[in-house]
Design a protein around this ligand. Structure first.
Ligand code: GLU
Length: 487
């Protein structure tokens, strides 16, 4: 790559499901570097492994990338000079390259059935050897392939790996050399005619002018094969940067076992994309010093490859929650309202289902200030949005609060509240503090029975705010319903 050519990077997911946080990090780092250098960020879908494809997955991936604010410049959905950006629509290109490799003697046909391959593998295993495909001394040609097709045998194309060690000059991991003896003649076109990932990936990176490949470390062991293919096809080798693995807090590979790992799950759980993005940025990279909190713009300015570490990154959920709490606390009102609307629209929030007015939604954000995620708002305020007779009274709350004087308090409060006007925060505060004073009891004794009556449990936002948002009629109905529980 010449020093002057603009950076072209890509995110190339396979459409197998929602976007994983590891994939989001790959997308983010590529995006940051493209934005920082005025380069181009490409989104390409690697869907040649048809058995693994999940219908609609690319829509989900695009949706999650957009939610995170990682808009690509070229690729599916936006087009560009190298369309199409779905590999399944580029088979002619791959076949022409496979033909080229066959003609130049860099690839050859093979006709083994899966059972035959399995038997060879088992034999190698019995000899305690790693299986390596035995390259025939005479390589099958077109005639052999025709005959095999007529006989109904599988016709596969294998790459003839060169007899030389291959070194990856990785910009994060350093030089990584794989000995020639460790490489075997891998398949580049399967019996169903589809190219394998290695071939399609390398051909597209060259065709699309990708000059830096940044991806997860799990792909590093594949890179020597990619370099061998590039050399055989006469392609330049791009720069490589493999990102450290992401582990859970116990040092195991991050997995669903210990919680959400998909971007979509965090969205549904009520996280802000800016907080998640900031957290993801720190998985293997840091801007230096103690700096952690960054906006996307700041990340674009601060990002650099040489500050990506080689050691495994740790996915600390507590830290993410703390990031989110801070981000929610410092976001401006409009931004928060917009993010809350997104949450209500895509989650199964009882609040979202009730379709409250914009004013009510803003009021919820105000009275729940200090929340960690939007889901906290559901937990603390969801009861306001269900029918009065759907409130379920928690046994513990009934025992601890209502049966310990709460019923009496509610009975005496009911007529007072019935005649109370105006139904405002100030009005209710004056009324309830007055009752506390005249009965010489603390606010808990008054507020807690009301809270249980209206919510079924013992948590809600401040009681006056709660009652105002609920409205007078619904408050009174719920108190009467709670009183009917008295034995
Ligand atoms: N399609 C690969 C994946 O599933 C991408 C590998 C690469 O980035 O080169 O993530």
């Amino acid at each position: 790559m010449s020093q002057t050519s603009a950076l072209r990077v890509r995110f190339a997911p396979s459409p197998t499901g929602y976007l994983h946080v590891g994939g989001a990090r790959t997308a983010l780092f590529n995006y940051l570097l493209a934005r920082q250098t005025g380069g181009t960020f490409i989104l390409r879908i690697e869907d040649t492994d048809t058995a693994r494809n999940v219908a609609g997955a690319e829509q989900k991936i695009m949706d999650d990338l957009r939610w995170l604010g990682l808009q690509w410049d070229e690729g599916i959905g936006v087009g560009g000079p190298h369309e199409p950006y779905f590999q399944s629509q580029r088979l002619d290109l791959y076949n022409s390259k496979i033909d080229q490799l066959l003609q130049s003697g860099h690839a050859y046909y093979a006709f083994d059935t899966p059972e035959e391959l399995e038997a060879m593998r088992a034999q190698a295993e019995a000899r305690k050897q790693a299986f390596k495909y035995p390259r025939p001394s005479r390589l099958p040609d077109e005639n052999d392939a025709r005959k095999a097709r007529e006989e109904g045998r599988p016709v596969i194309v294998r790459f003839k790996v060169p007899d030389q060690d291959i070194t990856v000059h990785d910009e994060v991991m350093g030089d990584v050399t794989v000995a020639a003896s460790e490489l075997d003649d891998f398949v580049i076109r399967k019996a169903d005619g589809m190219p394998v990932y290695h071939l399609a990936n390398v051909v597209d990176d060259a065709a699309m002018g990708v000059n830096l490949v940044m991806r997860g470390q799990e792909f590093l062991s594949q890179t020597p094969r990619h370099i061998a293919l590039q050399r055989a096809l006469g392609f330049a080798t791009p720069r490589y940067a493999h990102l450290p693995l992401i582990m859970d807090m116990k040092g195991r590979k991050l997995s669903k076992r210990d919680g959400d790992v998909e971007v979509h799950s965090f969205r549904v759980a009520g996280y802000l994309p800016e907080a998640l993005l900031n957290f993801i940025a720190l998985l293997g990279w840091s801007p230096g010093g103690d700096r952690e909190k960054m906006t996307k713009q700041e990340m674009i300015e601060l990002f650099s490859l040489d500050r990506i570490g080689r050691t495994n990154a740790k996915f600390d959920r507590e830290k993410l929650l703390a990031f989110n709490t801070d981000a929610a606390g410092s976001a401006n009102e409009d931004r928060l309202a917009e993010a809350f609307d997104d949450y209500l629209a895509i989650s199964d929030s009882p609040i979202g289902k009730a379709n409250p007015t914009p004013e009510t939604r803003r009021e919820l954000l105000r009275i729940n200030r200090g929340f960690r995620t939007f889901r906290d708002i559901d937990q603390k305020s969801g009861f306001m949005f269900v029918p009065d007779d759907a409130i379920v009274y928690e046994e513990a709350a009934v025992k601890k609060v209502l049966e310990k004087g709460g019923f009496d308090m509610l009975a005496s409060l009911l007529p007072v509240l019935e005649s109370h006007e105006p139904w405002t925060t100030e009005g209710l505060e004056k009324l309830l503090t007055g009752i506390c004073e005249s009965q010489s009891v603390g606010m808990g004794k008054v507020a807690q029975p009301i809270r249980v009556a209206v919510s079924g449990g013992t948590v809600s936002p401040a009681i006056y705010d709660t009652l105002v948002l609920l409205g007078k009629d619904r408050t009174l109905r719920r108190i009467r319903r709670a009183l009917a529980l008295r034995k």
